[in-house]
Design a protein around this ligand. Structure first.
Ligand code: ACO
Length: 275
């Protein structure tokens, strides 16, 4: 695949891991319309890129993402309804639709500031690892609005009722350690270990069957809004779909290796994918 060059995003590939780096460090990686359009393109390209087995979303410099660009996304589009609509489409498309349903595991590696609109892509990612001293904030109240886009909705998925209301009403910040305690991120590590721990997690995920990984996240995320009867029906259909489409035939291999060959213990380890 030809590597495209973007102005506001860097894409780096290394041993199955694709690092997608929001790249406006001088603006703390605030999201401009251009960044949104470029990210739409980046994710479309990577969805079917064989070299990308896990995607890590991070930020250049010492900020993850300072939210929407208050100048370029808000102020400068106030009188331009068509451009505003295009930018709104792009911001929703990549941060929610594309990232949420990305066919491979996604990790938010939060290396610094994470404000406002950045909570959308934080929560869309499957797993989030933060530096202990990263700073999070639902700062909208500080400039007279409330968490817009989908933020007010997605924080209800990933924060407790009390935390979501407290932090969106006060605009108080919290750090990576607190974010891990409240389960907004999966875990927090000292900054100097952030990349190393992220790579370790990527390697763990890359040992698993890719078709099963994809189905696992699709089923979990899609079922959350279904009633039980619908979910049961949908899950049954997805199980059959996975068996029919998995190039590795993982289910048969995995069960054979335990039941017939007594080769491994699935409660403690993965089946041998190369057998
Ligand atoms: N929109 C536009 N520009 C921004 C944003 C933003 N969200 N965040 C930072 N910048 C710009 C600043 O205007 C400044 O630009 P300049 O050098 O041209 O003046 C540059 O980035 C550096 O910002 P500083 O404030 O000087 O950097 P500092 O490291 O001191 O502070 C911090 C960083 C805390 C992130 C601060 O910039 C800030 O509070 N930004 C706003 C964060 C926020 O509230 N985001 C929510 C936006 S609303 C939404 O997402 C829906």
């Amino acid at each position: 695949m030809v590597q495209k060059v973007y102005k506001t995003v860097k894409v780096e590939k290394e041993n199955g891991i694709t690092w997608v780096i929001l790249n406006r460090p001088e603006k703390r990686n605030a999201m401009s319309p251009q960044l949104h359009f470029e990210m739409v393109d980046v994710l479309v390209e990577l969805e079917s890129d064989d070299e990308t087995r896990v995607l890590v979303l991070t930020g250049a410099g010492d900020s993850w993402c300072a939210g929407q660009d208050l100048k370029e996304f808000f102020r400068e589009l106030d009188d331009k309804p068509v451009e505003r609509r295009r930018a709104e489409w792009a911001t929703h498309e990549w941060r929610w639709r594309s990232l949420l349903t990305f066919p491979k595991p996604t990790i938010a590696m939060v290396n610094g500031y994470c404000f406002g609109g950045a909570f959308t892509q934080l929560i869309a990612c499957d797993i989030a690892i933060a530096a202990e001293d990263a700073i999070f904030g639902l700062s909208e109240i500080n400039f007279g609005i409330f968490p817009g886009g989908l933020v007010s909705r997605v924080i209800a998925d990933a924060m407790s009722y009390r935390d979501a209301l407290y932090y969106s009403l006060t605009g108080d910040t919290f750090d990576g350690k607190q974010a891990a305690e409240m389960r907004l991120v999966t875990f927090a590590v000292p900054r100097e270990k952030l990349r190393e721990e992220t790579v370790k997690l990527c390697q763990k995920l890359m040992e698993k069957n890719p078709a099963a990984l994809r189905a696992t996240k699709e089923v979990f995320k899609t079922c959350r809004t279904m009633d039980y009867a619908l979910a049961e029906e949908y899950i049954s259909a997805k199980i059959i779909a996975l068996q029919a489409t998995d190039p590795e035939k993982g289910r048969n291999k995995g069960i054979d290796q335990f039941v017939k060959e007594k080769k491994y213990r699935p409660g403690l380890e993965s089946y041998d994918r190369d057998a």
